[in-house]
Design a protein around this ligand. Structure first.
Ligand SMILES: [Zn+2]
Length: 217
């Protein structure tokens, strides 16, 4: 995959955030690592989602310096770059303020693993990461430190929003969509009664089946 292929893919994948109603106005972003190179393709700062094109994407190095592009990169670029530097297995990163998941982040409360679909995708609760101001590397360090001890590809950054990781940008988007879906369902369940976390053995069995057996192989 060339840099141009990654530009095209990242540009198109931003429309999934719109389609899945995970973003408002210009908030939210997707990035992807360029395979085999220390480069990342990320959304430009402040452009509307329907203005995004492959050419408007910004290419940065892993220190968040612009390598190619006519626009300034997303204000979350430093965060994405910390994740790519510290987690070599990560190929894509997504950030949203999707409303139900961000409501859990606003309370600083992890989403308990009370659904089989959560055990499948997240392998446990969706954890909360520390509060950090935007712009520097602190958010990225919080994302990495929180996800290091978890199977979850999603973290709720306190009083901020959702960051997800994946082996590709598409799988990070899937995690962001599923995170919002379970955040909404568990919120609705809790509004009318108590919820009961699944047993750890059941979570392990579900996670293993979904990650290794489910789907087309
Ligand atoms: Zn944000």
């Amino acid at each position: 995959m060339s840099v141009d292929d990654v530009r095209r893919s990242v540009s198109e994948l931003h429309q999934e955030l719109v389609r899945n109603q995970l973003v408002a106005w210009t908030s939210g972003n997707v990035s992807a690592r360029v395979p085999g190179e220390d480069l990342v393709v990320i959304k430009p700062s402040g452009l509307a989602f329907d203005e995004l094109t492959p050419e408007s994407m910004v290419v940065v190095d892993l220190e968040a310096n612009v390598v190619e592009g006519e626009y300034a990169p997303s204000s979350d670029t430093a965060t994405h770059c910390v994740v790519y530097r510290e987690m070599p297995e990560v190929g894509g990163v997504v950030h949203t303020h999707s409303p139900y998941a961000t409501a859990w982040a606003a309370r600083g409360e992890e989403i308990p693993c009370v659904l089989t679909a959560m055990a499948d995708e997240f392998g446990g609760p969706i954890p909360v990461g520390p509060f950090a101001l935007i712009g520097g590397e602190e958010i990225g360090r919080g994302v990495v430190e929180t996800l290091a001890g978890h199977r979850s590809p999603a973290v709720l950054m306190r009083s901020h929003g959702v960051f997800t990781i994946g082996d590709s940008a598409r799988s990070a988007i899937k995690a962001a969509v599923m995170c919002e879906d379970v955040a909404r369902t568990v919120h609705l369940a809790r509004a009318h009664g108590d919820v009961e976390p699944l047993e750890p053995d059941a979570i392990d069995a579900l996670y293993d089946r979904y990650q290794n057996v489910y789907g087309q192989h």
